[in-house]
Design a protein around this ligand. Structure first.
Ligand SMILES: Cc1cc2nc3c(=O)[nH]c(=O)nc-3n(C[C@H](O)[C@H](O)[C@H](O)COP(=O)(O)OP(=O)(O)OC[C@H]3O[C@@H](n4cnc5c(N)ncnc54)[C@H](O)[C@@H]3O)c2cc1C
Length: 321
Protein backbone atom coordinates (compact mmCIF):
# COMPACT_ATOMS: atom_id res chain seq x y z
CA UNK A 1 0.00 0.00 0.00
CA UNK A 2 2.92 2.32 0.68
CA UNK A 3 4.20 1.68 -2.83
CA UNK A 4 0.68 2.11 -4.26
CA UNK A 5 0.36 5.50 -2.60
CA UNK A 6 3.72 6.63 -3.99
CA UNK A 7 2.59 5.55 -7.46
CA UNK A 8 -0.76 7.36 -7.19
CA UNK A 9 0.94 10.55 -5.98
CA UNK A 10 3.26 10.39 -8.99
CA UNK A 11 0.42 9.68 -11.42
CA UNK A 12 -1.80 12.45 -10.01
CA UNK A 13 1.06 14.94 -10.44
CA UNK A 14 1.94 13.77 -13.97
CA UNK A 15 -1.61 13.65 -15.37
CA UNK A 16 -3.09 16.70 -17.05
CA UNK A 17 -6.64 15.66 -16.09
CA UNK A 18 -8.01 15.86 -12.55
CA UNK A 19 -8.55 12.34 -11.21
CA UNK A 20 -9.94 13.42 -7.86
CA UNK A 21 -6.83 12.25 -6.00
CA UNK A 22 -6.96 13.43 -2.40
CA UNK A 23 -5.44 12.29 0.84
CA UNK A 24 -8.62 12.61 2.86
CA UNK A 25 -7.78 9.88 5.37
CA UNK A 26 -9.43 6.70 6.51
CA UNK A 27 -11.03 6.11 9.91
CA UNK A 28 -11.92 2.64 11.22
CA UNK A 29 -14.48 3.08 13.99
CA UNK A 30 -14.20 0.67 16.92
CA UNK A 31 -17.45 -0.39 18.57
CA UNK A 32 -15.92 -1.78 21.77
CA UNK A 33 -12.71 -2.53 23.67
CA UNK A 34 -12.15 -5.77 21.74
CA UNK A 35 -12.15 -3.94 18.39
CA UNK A 36 -9.94 -1.20 19.82
CA UNK A 37 -7.54 -3.90 21.00
CA UNK A 38 -7.50 -5.48 17.53
CA UNK A 39 -6.70 -2.14 15.86
CA UNK A 40 -4.01 -1.46 18.47
CA UNK A 41 -2.35 -4.77 17.66
CA UNK A 42 -2.44 -3.92 13.94
CA UNK A 43 -0.86 -0.54 14.63
CA UNK A 44 1.93 -2.12 16.66
CA UNK A 45 2.60 -4.65 13.91
CA UNK A 46 2.72 -1.84 11.32
CA UNK A 47 4.94 0.47 13.38
CA UNK A 48 8.13 -0.35 11.46
CA UNK A 49 6.49 0.93 8.25
CA UNK A 50 6.29 4.44 9.73
CA UNK A 51 2.69 5.01 8.67
CA UNK A 52 0.85 8.12 9.77
CA UNK A 53 -1.82 5.91 11.44
CA UNK A 54 -2.77 6.55 15.05
CA UNK A 55 -5.50 5.66 17.51
CA UNK A 56 -8.17 8.25 18.28
CA UNK A 57 -9.74 8.36 21.72
CA UNK A 58 -13.51 8.69 22.06
CA UNK A 59 -13.14 12.45 22.60
CA UNK A 60 -10.79 12.97 19.59
CA UNK A 61 -13.13 10.92 17.42
CA UNK A 62 -16.17 12.95 18.43
CA UNK A 63 -14.26 16.19 17.61
CA UNK A 64 -13.36 14.87 14.17
CA UNK A 65 -16.46 12.96 13.16
CA UNK A 66 -19.26 14.58 15.14
CA UNK A 67 -22.32 13.06 16.76
CA UNK A 68 -22.48 10.12 14.32
CA UNK A 69 -19.37 8.62 15.93
CA UNK A 70 -20.59 9.24 19.49
CA UNK A 71 -21.43 5.61 20.26
CA UNK A 72 -17.98 4.35 19.29
CA UNK A 73 -15.17 3.52 21.71
CA UNK A 74 -12.46 5.11 19.50
CA UNK A 75 -10.91 4.66 16.06
CA UNK A 76 -7.84 3.86 14.02
CA UNK A 77 -7.17 6.89 11.83
CA UNK A 78 -4.76 7.17 8.89
CA UNK A 79 -4.72 10.83 7.79
CA UNK A 80 -2.80 10.33 4.52
CA UNK A 81 -4.93 7.42 3.25
CA UNK A 82 -5.88 8.41 -0.28
CA UNK A 83 -8.69 8.05 -2.76
CA UNK A 84 -9.31 8.91 -6.40
CA UNK A 85 -12.37 8.73 -8.62
CA UNK A 86 -12.25 5.54 -10.74
CA UNK A 87 -14.43 7.10 -13.46
CA UNK A 88 -11.88 9.92 -13.88
CA UNK A 89 -8.67 8.00 -13.17
CA UNK A 90 -9.12 5.11 -15.62
CA UNK A 91 -9.61 7.23 -18.78
CA UNK A 92 -6.90 9.70 -17.66
CA UNK A 93 -4.38 6.89 -17.21
CA UNK A 94 -5.41 5.38 -20.55
CA UNK A 95 -4.92 8.73 -22.33
CA UNK A 96 -1.48 9.13 -20.75
CA UNK A 97 -0.47 5.60 -21.75
CA UNK A 98 -1.59 6.36 -25.32
CA UNK A 99 0.36 9.64 -25.33
CA UNK A 100 3.44 7.68 -24.23
CA UNK A 101 3.04 5.30 -27.18
CA UNK A 102 0.84 2.47 -25.87
CA UNK A 103 -1.75 1.07 -28.25
CA UNK A 104 -5.04 0.34 -26.50
CA UNK A 105 -7.54 -2.15 -27.92
CA UNK A 106 -10.88 -1.91 -26.20
CA UNK A 107 -13.48 -4.71 -26.06
CA UNK A 108 -10.89 -7.20 -27.27
CA UNK A 109 -10.61 -10.45 -25.35
CA UNK A 110 -7.27 -12.18 -25.06
CA UNK A 111 -8.11 -15.84 -25.64
CA UNK A 112 -4.79 -17.44 -24.82
CA UNK A 113 -1.00 -17.14 -24.90
CA UNK A 114 1.26 -18.16 -27.76
CA UNK A 115 4.27 -20.06 -26.46
CA UNK A 116 7.37 -21.16 -28.22
CA UNK A 117 10.39 -22.97 -26.73
CA UNK A 118 9.13 -22.39 -23.19
CA UNK A 119 8.56 -18.66 -23.47
CA UNK A 120 5.69 -16.37 -24.33
CA UNK A 121 5.91 -14.98 -27.84
CA UNK A 122 2.45 -13.51 -28.23
CA UNK A 123 -1.23 -13.59 -27.39
CA UNK A 124 -4.24 -14.70 -29.41
CA UNK A 125 -7.01 -12.11 -29.27
CA UNK A 126 -10.52 -12.52 -30.60
CA UNK A 127 -9.36 -10.40 -33.58
CA UNK A 128 -6.17 -12.35 -34.24
CA UNK A 129 -2.66 -12.86 -32.87
CA UNK A 130 -0.41 -10.12 -31.45
CA UNK A 131 3.33 -10.83 -31.10
CA UNK A 132 5.08 -9.72 -27.92
CA UNK A 133 8.04 -10.46 -25.66
CA UNK A 134 6.25 -10.28 -22.33
CA UNK A 135 2.71 -10.43 -20.99
CA UNK A 136 1.50 -8.77 -17.79
CA UNK A 137 -1.58 -10.66 -16.59
CA UNK A 138 -4.18 -8.15 -15.35
CA UNK A 139 -7.47 -9.99 -15.80
CA UNK A 140 -8.77 -9.26 -12.30
CA UNK A 141 -11.21 -11.89 -11.03
CA UNK A 142 -10.95 -13.77 -14.32
CA UNK A 143 -7.21 -14.43 -14.14
CA UNK A 144 -7.60 -17.89 -12.59
CA UNK A 145 -9.88 -19.07 -15.41
CA UNK A 146 -7.37 -17.78 -17.97
CA UNK A 147 -4.44 -19.61 -16.37
CA UNK A 148 -6.39 -22.78 -15.59
CA UNK A 149 -7.00 -23.11 -19.31
CA UNK A 150 -3.21 -23.11 -19.83
CA UNK A 151 -2.76 -25.83 -17.20
CA UNK A 152 -1.44 -23.40 -14.57
CA UNK A 153 -2.79 -23.09 -11.03
CA UNK A 154 -3.52 -19.59 -9.71
CA UNK A 155 -4.99 -19.82 -6.18
CA UNK A 156 -7.59 -17.11 -6.71
CA UNK A 157 -11.33 -17.34 -6.01
CA UNK A 158 -13.93 -14.64 -6.50
CA UNK A 159 -16.47 -13.50 -3.94
CA UNK A 160 -19.55 -11.36 -4.52
CA UNK A 161 -20.08 -8.27 -2.40
CA UNK A 162 -22.92 -5.76 -2.77
CA UNK A 163 -22.43 -2.01 -2.76
CA UNK A 164 -24.74 1.00 -3.15
CA UNK A 165 -24.33 4.56 -4.29
CA UNK A 166 -26.36 7.45 -2.85
CA UNK A 167 -27.52 10.82 -4.11
CA UNK A 168 -25.24 13.81 -3.26
CA UNK A 169 -25.27 15.07 0.33
CA UNK A 170 -23.13 17.12 2.72
CA UNK A 171 -19.76 16.15 4.26
CA UNK A 172 -20.03 13.50 6.97
CA UNK A 173 -16.85 14.14 8.97
CA UNK A 174 -14.68 17.23 9.30
CA UNK A 175 -11.29 16.28 7.82
CA UNK A 176 -9.10 18.96 6.17
CA UNK A 177 -9.62 17.27 2.77
CA UNK A 178 -13.22 16.23 3.36
CA UNK A 179 -14.82 13.14 4.84
CA UNK A 180 -12.36 10.48 3.70
CA UNK A 181 -13.29 6.85 4.12
CA UNK A 182 -15.10 5.65 7.23
CA UNK A 183 -15.02 1.96 8.13
CA UNK A 184 -17.47 0.41 10.58
CA UNK A 185 -18.89 -3.09 11.01
CA UNK A 186 -22.44 -2.23 9.91
CA UNK A 187 -21.70 0.21 7.07
CA UNK A 188 -18.47 1.50 5.52
CA UNK A 189 -18.67 4.76 3.61
CA UNK A 190 -16.64 6.58 0.97
CA UNK A 191 -17.83 10.04 0.00
CA UNK A 192 -17.23 10.60 -3.69
CA UNK A 193 -16.25 13.85 -5.39
CA UNK A 194 -19.84 14.30 -6.64
CA UNK A 195 -21.02 14.45 -3.00
CA UNK A 196 -22.72 11.06 -3.05
CA UNK A 197 -21.51 8.13 -0.98
CA UNK A 198 -20.53 4.58 -1.86
CA UNK A 199 -21.68 2.38 1.04
CA UNK A 200 -21.12 -1.32 1.73
CA UNK A 201 -20.77 -3.75 4.61
CA UNK A 202 -17.12 -4.79 4.70
CA UNK A 203 -16.68 -8.54 4.65
CA UNK A 204 -20.34 -9.40 3.99
CA UNK A 205 -19.80 -11.53 0.94
CA UNK A 206 -21.03 -14.59 -0.85
CA UNK A 207 -18.87 -17.28 -2.38
CA UNK A 208 -20.45 -19.30 -5.15
CA UNK A 209 -18.86 -22.70 -5.28
CA UNK A 210 -16.89 -23.41 -8.46
CA UNK A 211 -14.67 -26.46 -9.15
CA UNK A 212 -11.58 -24.36 -8.29
CA UNK A 213 -13.04 -23.98 -4.77
CA UNK A 214 -12.25 -27.67 -4.15
CA UNK A 215 -8.83 -27.45 -5.75
CA UNK A 216 -7.75 -24.46 -3.63
CA UNK A 217 -9.76 -25.36 -0.51
CA UNK A 218 -6.67 -25.97 1.68
CA UNK A 219 -5.11 -22.61 0.75
CA UNK A 220 -8.30 -20.74 1.69
CA UNK A 221 -9.08 -22.68 4.87
CA UNK A 222 -7.40 -20.20 7.27
CA UNK A 223 -9.38 -17.31 5.72
CA UNK A 224 -12.64 -19.28 5.84
CA UNK A 225 -12.08 -20.12 9.53
CA UNK A 226 -11.74 -16.39 10.30
CA UNK A 227 -14.66 -15.29 8.14
CA UNK A 228 -17.19 -18.14 8.06
CA UNK A 229 -19.77 -16.01 9.87
CA UNK A 230 -19.86 -13.37 7.14
CA UNK A 231 -19.19 -15.31 3.95
CA UNK A 232 -22.27 -17.06 2.57
CA UNK A 233 -21.86 -20.16 0.44
CA UNK A 234 -23.81 -20.65 -2.77
CA UNK A 235 -24.18 -23.82 -4.82
CA UNK A 236 -25.57 -24.13 -8.29
CA UNK A 237 -25.27 -22.67 -11.73
CA UNK A 238 -22.04 -20.75 -11.02
CA UNK A 239 -20.11 -24.03 -11.57
CA UNK A 240 -20.92 -23.64 -15.26
CA UNK A 241 -20.74 -19.83 -15.36
CA UNK A 242 -17.87 -17.57 -16.48
CA UNK A 243 -15.77 -18.40 -13.40
CA UNK A 244 -16.35 -22.15 -13.66
CA UNK A 245 -13.97 -24.66 -15.19
CA UNK A 246 -13.74 -24.36 -18.94
CA UNK A 247 -11.36 -25.33 -21.71
CA UNK A 248 -10.82 -23.58 -25.04
CA UNK A 249 -8.05 -22.77 -27.46
CA UNK A 250 -7.12 -19.80 -29.63
CA UNK A 251 -9.58 -20.78 -32.37
CA UNK A 252 -12.55 -21.01 -29.97
CA UNK A 253 -14.77 -18.23 -28.68
CA UNK A 254 -13.46 -17.73 -25.12
CA UNK A 255 -15.52 -17.24 -21.93
CA UNK A 256 -14.32 -13.59 -21.96
CA UNK A 257 -16.33 -13.04 -25.13
CA UNK A 258 -19.31 -15.16 -24.08
CA UNK A 259 -19.67 -13.02 -20.91
CA UNK A 260 -17.77 -9.76 -21.34
CA UNK A 261 -18.72 -8.25 -17.99
CA UNK A 262 -19.78 -10.33 -15.00
CA UNK A 263 -22.60 -8.29 -13.50
CA UNK A 264 -24.78 -10.40 -11.20
CA UNK A 265 -27.80 -9.07 -9.31
CA UNK A 266 -26.95 -7.33 -6.02
CA UNK A 267 -28.23 -8.48 -2.64
CA UNK A 268 -31.04 -5.92 -2.28
CA UNK A 269 -32.21 -6.93 1.24
CA UNK A 270 -28.63 -6.73 2.55
CA UNK A 271 -28.17 -3.28 0.98
CA UNK A 272 -31.45 -2.04 2.46
CA UNK A 273 -30.12 -3.09 5.86
CA UNK A 274 -26.72 -1.44 5.20
CA UNK A 275 -28.40 1.84 4.15
CA UNK A 276 -30.63 1.78 7.23
CA UNK A 277 -27.57 1.23 9.46
CA UNK A 278 -25.68 4.09 7.78
CA UNK A 279 -28.64 6.47 8.14
CA UNK A 280 -29.14 5.48 11.78
CA UNK A 281 -25.48 6.31 12.42
CA UNK A 282 -25.03 9.47 10.35
CA UNK A 283 -27.91 11.94 10.51
CA UNK A 284 -26.62 13.78 7.40
CA UNK A 285 -27.47 10.68 5.35
CA UNK A 286 -31.13 10.83 6.40
CA UNK A 287 -32.15 12.52 3.15
CA UNK A 288 -29.75 10.59 0.91
CA UNK A 289 -31.40 8.09 -1.41
CA UNK A 290 -29.75 5.00 -2.87
CA UNK A 291 -29.46 5.74 -6.59
CA UNK A 292 -27.73 2.59 -7.70
CA UNK A 293 -27.05 -0.83 -6.22
CA UNK A 294 -24.39 -3.12 -7.64
CA UNK A 295 -22.83 -6.48 -7.05
CA UNK A 296 -19.05 -6.35 -7.01
CA UNK A 297 -17.01 -9.37 -8.11
CA UNK A 298 -13.81 -9.26 -6.08
CA UNK A 299 -10.87 -11.61 -6.59
CA UNK A 300 -9.54 -13.14 -3.38
CA UNK A 301 -6.19 -14.81 -2.78
CA UNK A 302 -5.30 -16.84 0.31
CA UNK A 303 -2.41 -14.54 1.31
CA UNK A 304 -0.91 -11.12 0.58
CA UNK A 305 0.89 -12.41 -2.49
CA UNK A 306 -0.99 -14.38 -5.11
CA UNK A 307 1.61 -16.56 -6.79
CA UNK A 308 0.99 -18.97 -9.59
CA UNK A 309 1.39 -22.33 -7.86
CA UNK A 310 5.05 -23.39 -7.56
CA UNK A 311 3.89 -26.88 -8.45
CA UNK A 312 2.72 -25.57 -11.80
CA UNK A 313 4.90 -25.31 -14.89
CA UNK A 314 4.56 -21.51 -14.85
CA UNK A 315 8.19 -20.91 -13.92
CA UNK A 316 9.13 -22.61 -17.14
CA UNK A 317 7.22 -20.04 -19.20
CA UNK A 318 9.42 -17.02 -19.60
CA UNK A 319 7.76 -13.86 -20.74
CA UNK A 320 5.01 -13.81 -18.09
CA UNK A 321 5.93 -10.69 -16.18
C1 LIG B 1 -18.13 -1.84 -6.87
C2 LIG B 1 -16.68 -1.97 -6.45
C3 LIG B 1 -16.18 -1.10 -5.49
C4 LIG B 1 -14.83 -1.15 -5.13
N1 LIG B 1 -14.33 -0.25 -4.25
C5 LIG B 1 -13.02 -0.21 -3.99
C6 LIG B 1 -12.44 0.79 -3.17
O1 LIG B 1 -13.15 1.66 -2.65
N2 LIG B 1 -11.11 0.79 -2.97
C7 LIG B 1 -10.31 -0.16 -3.52
O2 LIG B 1 -9.09 -0.10 -3.32
N3 LIG B 1 -10.81 -1.14 -4.29
C8 LIG B 1 -12.13 -1.18 -4.54
N4 LIG B 1 -12.65 -2.15 -5.34
C9 LIG B 1 -11.75 -3.17 -5.83
C10 LIG B 1 -10.99 -2.66 -7.06
O3 LIG B 1 -11.90 -2.15 -7.99
C11 LIG B 1 -10.22 -3.82 -7.65
O4 LIG B 1 -9.33 -4.31 -6.69
C12 LIG B 1 -9.45 -3.34 -8.86
O5 LIG B 1 -10.32 -2.85 -9.82
C13 LIG B 1 -8.65 -4.50 -9.43
O6 LIG B 1 -8.00 -4.01 -10.57
P1 LIG B 1 -7.48 -4.97 -11.66
O7 LIG B 1 -6.93 -4.12 -12.74
O8 LIG B 1 -6.58 -6.00 -11.03
O9 LIG B 1 -8.75 -5.79 -12.17
P2 LIG B 1 -10.08 -5.26 -12.85
O10 LIG B 1 -10.39 -3.85 -12.49
O11 LIG B 1 -11.11 -6.30 -12.58
O12 LIG B 1 -9.70 -5.24 -14.39
C14 LIG B 1 -9.50 -6.43 -15.12
C15 LIG B 1 -9.89 -6.14 -16.55
O13 LIG B 1 -9.40 -7.18 -17.37
C16 LIG B 1 -10.44 -7.52 -18.28
N5 LIG B 1 -10.19 -8.91 -18.70
C17 LIG B 1 -10.24 -10.03 -17.97
N6 LIG B 1 -9.89 -11.08 -18.69
C18 LIG B 1 -9.58 -10.62 -19.93
C19 LIG B 1 -9.14 -11.23 -21.13
N7 LIG B 1 -8.92 -12.54 -21.24
N8 LIG B 1 -8.95 -10.44 -22.22
C20 LIG B 1 -9.14 -9.09 -22.16
N9 LIG B 1 -9.55 -8.46 -21.04
C21 LIG B 1 -9.77 -9.23 -19.94
C22 LIG B 1 -11.73 -7.35 -17.52
O14 LIG B 1 -12.82 -7.21 -18.41
C23 LIG B 1 -11.41 -6.07 -16.76
O15 LIG B 1 -11.70 -4.94 -17.53
C24 LIG B 1 -13.99 -2.12 -5.71
C25 LIG B 1 -14.51 -3.03 -6.65
C26 LIG B 1 -15.83 -2.94 -7.03
C27 LIG B 1 -16.36 -3.90 -8.10
Amino acid sequence: MIEAQALWRRHAAALTEDIGYREAGCTYLCADDAEMERRTRWLEAARSYRLGSRLLSQRELAARSGAGAAGFRGALHTPDDAQAEPALAVPALAHRAARLGAELREATAVRTLIRSAGRVTGVVTEHGPVACEAVIPAGGARSRTFFENLGLALPQLAIRASVLRTSPGPEIAAGPNGTGAIGAAAASIRRRLDGGCSIARAGAARFDLVPAGFRHFAAFLPMLRRRWRIVGLGLGRSCFGPLGRQRWDGADRSPFEAVRIIDPAPDAPLLADVMAAAQAQWIVLATSIPTEIRMAILPRCPGPACPVSPASPCKAIRGIA
